[in-house]
Design a binder for this molecule. Sequence first.
Ligand code: ADP
Ligand code: MG
Length: 224
Amino acid sequence: MLICNKINKTYDDGNTKINILSDIDLNVHSGETISVVGASGSGKSTLLHVISSLDKPDSGEIKLDGDLLSKLSESQLCKIRLNKVGFIYQFHHLINELNVEENISLPLRISNMSKPDIEKKVDKIIDQIDMKKRKNFQIDKLSGGERQRVAIARAIVHNPKIIFADEPTGNLDKNNAKNIFSLLNDLVNYNKSSLVMATHDLEIASLLSRSLIIENGLLRETRI
Ligand SMILES: Nc1ncnc2c1ncn2[C@@H]1O[C@H](COP(=O)(O)OP(=O)(O)O)[C@@H](O)[C@H]1O
Ligand SMILES: [Mg+2]
């Protein structure tokens, strides 16, 4: 599903170059769920952004569902993001001016899906995230957990083959975090998507099929 070979990413703070990702190799199989743990600042977000096509590596190859990302134009990359990738952030990144239904339908509207098809898909996922009664609510009227439910629905509504989640429960209390993770996990399994999730929560990390740790720019398997 996703093959990464020798990925390098360096940030330059003006004086020194810092190697955030050093020769990282990673394979994610179809339907596999992976957690990425590591200290704050270790490069989890950088890794997720690079391997999901949101950012570019300095060197190395990323093949996403057969497409070599470095060979694609910006508009081809947009198409891949719209069709094959879902991204969930720690802070929902929803549009406050739109309501729940409008936020969730956004990726479908951008990809020119017909109105009845959009309605069908959006209604189904709103039901799955148990937000039927909040369908017309503005985002700022929702609790933190409800916002993350909507963010998950928006990232998953187009049935992406792979979902990246960057500390999706990092901003929630323990109970809410568990609920939101289990919702995400259920939807990922239901859609047979792959999942790569950065998290601080070792209890949640242990529930995924494989765990990786990033340390000093290197990524390795770990047991949690
Ligand atoms: N755009 C940027 N420019 C310079 N340094 C950055 C940039 N983004 C992240 N960094 C640095 O890269 C390191 C890794 O950051 P990040 O990937 O956000 O870590 P994590 O998600 O594990 O907390 C940090 O030291 C951070 O300060
Ligand atoms: Mg981060």
